[in-house]
Design a protein around this ligand. Structure first.
Ligand SMILES: [Zn+2]
Length: 279
C-alpha cells in the first residue's frame, strides 16, 4: 500500500501567465497522493544536511556571439537551441527550477525540493531579455540574473526591462557588484561600496531584498565573504564547478559554468541528488 502521508506543496503552473507569487510556497500535509495535472505539480521536500547536493548553473549569454568577438569571449555564449534543450531536460525530468529568493527561503527552512536546480545568469546582457527570457516563459522555468548595476548601454538590460521581467515572477535579480569588481584585489572599503551600491540599486527599483552576490570572475576569499556579510548578503556564489554545497557556509555556494559543450543530462544524473533523505 502506498504511504499516504507526505509533505508537499503545489506550484501552480499557468501557461502564459506567470504572475503567481513565488516567495512563500504553501506547504501542506495531505492524506493522499494527488495526481499531477496541468495545473499542479507535487514536490517532495528533503531535509537539508550539512552537506547537500544541488546543481546551480552559471550562464552568461544566450544566442549567437558577434563575429567580432575573440574565440575565448565566444565561449560565454550558448546557442538558443542549447538553452532550450536545457529547459526541456529540466521539464522532462521533473526538476524544480528555483529562483534565488525561493532557494534562500528553503535554505532558511532547512529543506529543499527534491530534484531542485537553480539557473543563474551573470552580468545582465541584453540577450537575456531578447532570447533567454522568452524561452523561460515558454517552459515556465525560473532563473536569476546577477546584474553589474553600474554598467549601462545598449548591450545591457535597462531598469525597465529588469522591472518588467521581475514582475512576471519568473526572473529574480541579484547582485554581481556595481562594476564587475575584482573583489579580492581592491581595498576593503572599495569592495564594501561595490557590494552595497549594487544591492541598494536593485532594492530601490525592485522593492525586494537583495541578499545574493555572484562573485565577479568567481574571485572570493574569507575577507570577501566577511565584507559581503557586512553588506547584508546571505549567499555568495562561486564558479568552482561543484554541486556539493555546505549548509553552514552559504557565502560559498558553488556553481557550474555552462558552455555550448556542457552536458546537462550528465550534470543532472549525479546520483547523490537522489540519495538525500526524504521527510
Ligand atoms: Zn560576470
Amino acid at each position: 500500500m502506498r504511504k499516504v502521508l507526505s509533505i508537499f506543496f503545489f506550484i501552480f503552473v499557468f501557461s502564459g501567465c506567470s504572475s503567481v507569487p513565488v516567495s512563500n510556497p504553501e506547504v501542506k500535509e495531505e492524506a493522499s497522493v494527488v495526481e499531477n495535472s496541468a495545473v499542479e505539480k507535487k514536490i517532495n521536500l528533503v531535509e537539508l544536511q550539512d552537506s547537500f547536493f544541488i546543481p546551480i548553473l552559471a550562464l552568461h549569454h544566450v544566442g549567437n556571439p558577434p563575429a567580432s568577438l575573440s574565440d575565448s569571449a565566444k565561449t560565454w555564449y550558448i546557442s538558443e537551441e542549447k538553452f532550450e534543450n536545457i529547459l526541456r531536460v529540466i521539464e522532462d525530468n521533473d526538476y524544480t527550477a528555483l529562483s534565488m529568493t525561493e532557494f534562500l527561503d528553503f535554505l532558511r527552512q532547512k529543506k529543499i525540493p527534491e530534484k531542485s536546480i537553480v539557473l543563474t545568469f551573470d552580468d545582465g546582457a541584453k540577450d537575456f531579455y531578447e532570447v533567454a527570457f522568452p524561452l523561460l516563459q515558454k517552459y515556465n522555468v525560473k532563473a536569476t540574473m546577477h546584474i553589474m548595476t553600474g554598467v549601462r548601454g545598449d548591450d545591457w538590460l535597462s531598469a525597465e526591462e529588469i522591472k518588467e521581467m521581475h514582475d512576471t515572477g519568473l526572473v529574480d535579480f541579484e547582485s554581481h557588484t556595481k562594476y564587475h569588481a575584482y573583489l579580492t584585489r581592491i581595498s576593503r572599503d572599495e569592495a564594501l561600496v561595490e557590494l552595497q551600491k549594487s544591492k541598494e540599486y536593485l532594492e530601490s527599483i525592485l522593492e525586494k531584498q537583495v541578499e545574493v552576490i555572484a562573485y565577479p570572475f568567481g574571485l572570493y576569499n574569507e575577507d570577501v565573504k566577511d565584507i559581503a556579510r557586512e553588506a547584508g548578503y546571505k549567499v555568495g556564489l562561486t564558479i568552482k564547478g561543484n554541486i556539493e554545497q555546505k549548509s553552514d557556509d552559504l557565502l560559498e555556494l558553488h556553481r557550474i559554468i555552462i558552455t555550448e559543450y556542457s552536458n546537462i543530462e550528465e550534470i543532472l544524473s549525479i546520483e547523490e541528488v537522489d540519495k538525500m533523505p526524504k521527510l
